[in-house]
Design a binder for this molecule. Structure first.
Ligand code: SF4
Length: 425
């Protein structure tokens, strides 16, 4: 049985207990939200070393980090190091987006070493094995999907909402399609003049997902790739279909979340969150950004955190990280770490805005530690403890007097906490 089926029967799983404890949420409330489809716990029955997490309504905002090889760069050890780095930096989930020829081996090794939920996009491997878009077909896809499910993949992106009706709507776009999986399917539909085989055979995909409790992450092939295309007809048309598919998914006893934009100007982010909740019956929303500008290249992770913080404070449940290498190349280990930390900051800002008591309490502890100039306590509260300690070490190395001083090099003896101390007055 899947987590949603247990919830519908009012049964509590070990994974639900873990999530309730971690999030400090009543188990009955958690279970009813899973039953309603507002929360998912991606937990494949074959992912043995998994620490379960929940994604959705009233839970803390989660952060995903993408890793994986490309046809230009393939190094398993390096990908395993990225995995370790991302999880240590606080990634709540990982996606393996490998597209080199040894994807099968890479995925299995990543899952073996991954204690957080792992996601994949099975259409990538299907295309690699098929050799070309024209050779794609549903049987090849189902075979790959089952391999992923059997190996322990907890959530899988399925671009089933992209239908032939999209073609006239794409014509109006500045950038037609920026989703890799989406582009494969558009090319296939155009070549054969047939309907998307993932849409037509969606129930067959659900049968496999149900067998292993794979959470379906309904992919947004029409996510805008530039702010000029944001919230356009193509995007909303697909979103409505994703809402229908999400309902079918839950009825089959399979957990589901919705993937979302993309590039969205700041003033349209709230509206996008509302539309997803409206058309997809409050399904958890997994956003790939949003990037509120197209020109922050080299700093896209920062642009993404600005958009992500607003999106998550207005309804998004799950943020996919962006690294400084976005739109430039495959991220290296430092990029992965930077991307995770910056997106964790966005998630935490949103948790505060939503009134999460644990998040607010951590900030209050930091404020106390700062007032007391307690460096150790400050490091414990910081999102990136490692960077905090390193910067402090560098400061003390330059000026050893600072090690014992009750101020830092910013204001020196004019430290406000020394000049005005209520305890002494
Ligand atoms: S010296 Fe200035 S920056 Fe440093 S702890 Fe005191 S008030 Fe803060």
């Amino acid at each position: 049985m899947t987590q949603i089926e247990y919830a519908l029967e009012n049964k509590t799983t070990e994974e639900m207990k873990t999530v309730a404890k971690e999030e400090n949420i009543d188990i009955n409330v958690l279970r009813s939200k899973i039953a309603e489809g507002q929360i998912v716990i991606p937990a494949n029955i074959n992912h043995k070393n998994l620490n379960a997490i929940g994604i959705g309504k009233d839970l803390t905002i989660k952060v995903n980090a993408n890793i994986g090889t490309s046809q230009s760069k393939s190094d398993l050890d390096n990908e395993l190091l990225k995995l370790k780095t991302a999880v240590e930096a606080g990634a709540d989930t990982m996606m393996d987006l490998s597209t080199s020829n040894d994807v099968e081996d890479i995925r299995n090794r990543i899952i073996e070493n991954c204690t957080v939920p792992i996601g994949t996009v099975p259409i990538y491997q299907t295309l690699i094995e098929a050799g070309s878009v024209e050779n794609l077909n549903i049987d090849a896809y189902l075979e790959v999907f089952e391999k992923h499910a059997k190996s322990g993949v907890d959530f899988a992106t399925v671009h089933a909402g992209l239908t032939r009706a999209i073609f006239p709507l794409i014509k109006k776009r500045l950038m037609k399609c920026v989703s890799r999986g989406g582009s494969f399917l558009l090319a296939w539909m155009k070549y054969y003049q047939k309907e998307n085989f993932l849409y037509e055979n969606y129930d067959k995909i659900l049968e496999i997902a149900k067998k292993y409790d794979v959470t379906i992450s309904l992919g947004d092939g029409m996510r805008p790739g530039c702010i000029a295309d944001a919230t356009d007809e193509a995007q909303i048309h697909e979103l409505k279909i994703l809402g229908e598919l999400a309902e079918r998914t839950r009825q089959k006893g399979v957990q589901v979340m919705i993937e979302g934009p993309g590039h969205i100007p700041l003033n349209e982010i709230e509206k996008n969150m509302e539309l997803e909740k409206k058309y997809c019956n409050n399904s958890p929303f997994y956003v790939l950004g949003p990037l509120p500008t197209d020109i922050a290249t080299g700093y896209d992770h920062i642009a993404c955190a600005i958009g992500g913080a607003l999106a998550a404070s207005k309804g998004a449940d799950f943020l996919c990280y962006v690294t400084p290498k976005e739109h430039i190349g495959l991220p290296d280990i430092d990029d992965v770490r930077e991307g995770v930390v910056v997106t964790k900051i966005a998630a935490h800002i949103a948790d505060i805005a939503k009134g999460n008591k644990q998040a607010i309490s951590r900030d209050n502890k930091m404020a106390h530690a700062r007032e007391e100039i307690n460096w150790q306590e400050m490091s414990e509260c910081a999102i990136d403890k490692k960077k905090f300690l390193e910067l402090r070490r560098q400061e003390c190395e330059k000026n050893p007097d600072l090690k014992k001083a009750d101020y830092c090099s910013m204001c020196g003896p004019f430290c406000v906490f020394k000049i005005y101390d209520e305890k002494e007055s």
